[in-house]
Design a protein around this ligand. Structure first.
Ligand code: ATP
Ligand code: MG
Length: 618
């Protein structure tokens, strides 16, 4: 934390504090302030600031003036007699207050909150980063209070695509982490072939828990109570003499989680249950029904509109509701005033062009994703332009509503299509290639799919994140050959869906095959670690022989790790794929696979019996 005057700049959490109160500051002004504070005492020219914050993008220097005005307002600074930011006319700015490093301010605040009541102070609360969801946040906070007192809580957050389920959960988890030291872990259910993997989102959430600051404790608990789960996330059960074999039993994980949350409040989020595998739903059901003390808040999001009538998640929610074991927050569309606020925030302008909020509200029907897409569209089409008068810049509308009306399509998917239609061919191909990966897409995979140079693609992806609001950098991986590759995500799943659909099946198949081949090259010598992923690509490409061979490798890899249940699941999947082979080929492969599967099942039964007897003796 960097301290100046009564302010604290928390660069880790990207938050500005005044005394003990957080102050909302959008990302760019925050970045400007951070740069000035980190280079305090020295002149920062306009060019240096622009280069540091918008590398390789031309930005009007005028925009800096707008941010300075905003910062001065927040810091209560006076340009004439500055205490913090001094303007050096025609040259730049200098941060003139002394800056000291101090411990994180947020900690004493978090610790001072008396649990279990977890009084979430109304005063000094970080303002909601999203609009119009105060009631929902308050309701989630009450659930958290109950969870903090040991009464586990389950909440379903529901609503159509783009209505703001993820945004609500993010905003709530962010506030909970800073106000009451709750930790959170998240598991994403994925659509399509990736989603067939048993317990996919649960494993993802467990990995996060084990990688968190309390991760060592979590691993020890898993090693003792649920070793098969620890093995499934690729961790060794240190010091354990027990084999990590056996299947992942939901009861074991429930017990392990209950022990982990004995002294650490946990928010466990499962996103997009409409794509959940049955095993994950079974686990959520088990977690919700157990009655023991647990400082756990489980939040699950889903789109009810995407459910088939007999979707198991629907039944699960109805059953839990009937037994009063869960709550539901059904998100309604934003009202007109909320859309106005959303637009004001996006444009950073209090007063909007007359009629704009009404127009966007009507066309988006209050769906925030649609509203943002419409706004981006109006800007790209120059229906909204930034006009400067003296030192003030503001957004103005250039055409009558009627003309704007005609340019905005009816549905969200058509809106996305229209945005994609404006892209250049290469940009579109990059995004299409990205849509072939389940969640995040690495630039090496894009390069492989499109047969392009990896460095060139890395740069192109990076550029796309600057130009397009719906592509975000998500992190960086080190590949086995030592090179680094950045990976990206679509800000919203609908973009991925539309991009995926845009490709013909044959084109998708070619691209999937190239990604799978590149995976095998990159991981030569340790194919087992990526064999499941390789198999998914070959399966999506309809290359059954290669998919079978990759699944076999994945099963062998699982056996090497004593993950018998996983091996069985992979072999079962391989067996199903043999139906796609030519008759004689299919029969031979099915015969071999059935034999392998039989012996794995026998080993699994023995391991389960062994577990049963040893736990019985204990
Ligand atoms: N209340 C809000 N205020 C401001 N922005 C919002 C709000 N709700 C959603 N958004 C924005 O709208 C977009 C879509 O929201 P989000 O991704 O949360 O939708 P979702 O309901 O999770 O959709 P999906 O079902 O597809 O996962 C995001 O860019 C998000 O930041
Ligand atoms: Mg979402």
């Amino acid at each position: 934390m960097k301290q100046f005057g009564e302010f604290g700049l928390d660069t880790l959490n990207e938050c500005l504090w005044r005394s003990d109160k957080p102050i909302a500051l959008p990302p760019k002004p925050f970045a400007v302030l951070r740069y000035l504070v980190e280079h305090s005492g020295r002149l920062i020219t306009h060019d240096e600031l622009l280069e540091a914050l918008w590398p390789e993008t031309y930005v009007q220097p005028q925009v800096l003036r707008t941010y300075m005005l905003e910062l001065r307002k927040v810091l209560r600074d006076d340009a004439g007699q500055p205490r913090y930011i001094q303007t050096l006319p025609k040259r730049g700015y200098r941060f003139i207050a002394p800056v000291m490093e101090s411990a994180n301010l947020a900690e004493p605040i978090a610790k001072s909150i008396s649990e279990p009541a977890l009084q979430v102070a109304a005063q000094g609360e970080a303002p909601n980063p999203i609009v119009n969801r105060d009631e929902e946040i308050t309701s989630l906070k009450s659930q958290l209070e109950l969870a903090a007192s040991g009464q586990r809580q389950v909440v379903f957050v529901t609503g159509e695509a783009g209505i703001g389920k993820t945004a609500l959960v993010d905003a709530f988890c962010g506030q909970a982490a800073s106000r009451c030291a709750a930790s959170s872990a998240r598991g994403q259910c994925v659509e399509g072939f990736g989603g067939k993997e048993e317990y996919y989102p649960v494993t993802e959430a467990l990995r996060q828990i084990c990688a968190s600051p309390e991760g060592d404790k979590a691993c020890r608990v898993l090693a003792r109570i649920a070793p098969a789960w620890l093995a499934a996330i690729g961790r060794e059960s240190i010091g354990s003499t027990q084999p990590a074999a056996g299947s992942r039993m939901p009861g074991d994980l429930c017990a392990a989680l209950e022990e982990m949350v004995a002294d650490q409040l946990l928010i466990l989020v499962f996103e997009d249950l409409q794509w959940a595998d049955d095993a994950t739903l079974h686990l959520i059901s088990a977690l919700a029904r157990r009655r023991t003390h647990a400082r756990l808040l489980l939040i699950a999001t889903y789109r009810p509109q995407d459910f088939a009538t007999d979707h198991p998640a629907k039944g699960l929610k109805q059953d839990l509701r009937m037994r009063r074991l869960c709550a539901e927050i059904a998100l309604a569309p934003l009202a007109r005033a909320a859309v106005r606020e959303l637009l004001s925030r996006e444009l950073r302008q209090e007063e909007l062009p007359p009629g704009l909020a009404g127009f966007v509200h009507r066309r988006s029907e209050g769906n925030p994703l649609f509203a943002i897409a419409i706004l981006e569209h109006l800007m790209a089409q120059d229906f909204l332009v930034r006009e400067e008068t003296g030192s003030v810049a503001r957004w103005v509308q250039t055409a009558p509503d009627k003309e704007m009306e005609a340019s905005v399509p009816e549905g969200l998917a058509q809106m996305i299509e229209l945005q994609l239609a404006r892209l250049e061919e290469q940009e579109l191909s990059i995004l299409e290639a990205g849509s072939l990966m389940s969640v995040a897409f690495p630039s090496w995979a894009v390069a492989a799919a499109l047969q392009r140079d990896p460095d060139e693609m890395e740069e192109a992806c990076q550029n796309l994140t600057r130009r397009l609001y719906f592509v975000e950098r998500a992190g960086e991986d080190e590949l086995p050959d030592g090179t680094r590759s950045t990976f990206y995500v679509f800000a919203h799943g609908l973009y991925r869906e539309v991009l995926w659909r845009k490709q013909t099946e044959a084109r998708r198949a070619r691209r999937h095959t190239r990604i799978a081949e590149r995976l095998a090259e990159l991981f030569a010598g340790r194919e087992g670690t990526v064999a499941r992923e390789t198999a998914m690509h070959y399966e999506a490409a309809g290359n059954w022989q290669r998919a079978l061979s990759a699944l076999r490798t994945a099963a062998r890899h699982a056996l090497d790790r004593q993950a018998l249940a996983e091996a069985a699941e992979l072999l079962e999947r391989a067996l199903r794929l043999t139906e796609n082979l030519r008759e004689s080929e299919g029969e031979v492969a099915a015969c071999e696979l059935s034999r392998d599967l039989e012996s794995v099942r026998q080993a699994l039964n023995q391991a389960q019996e062994y577990e049963h007897t040893t736990s019985g003796k204990a």
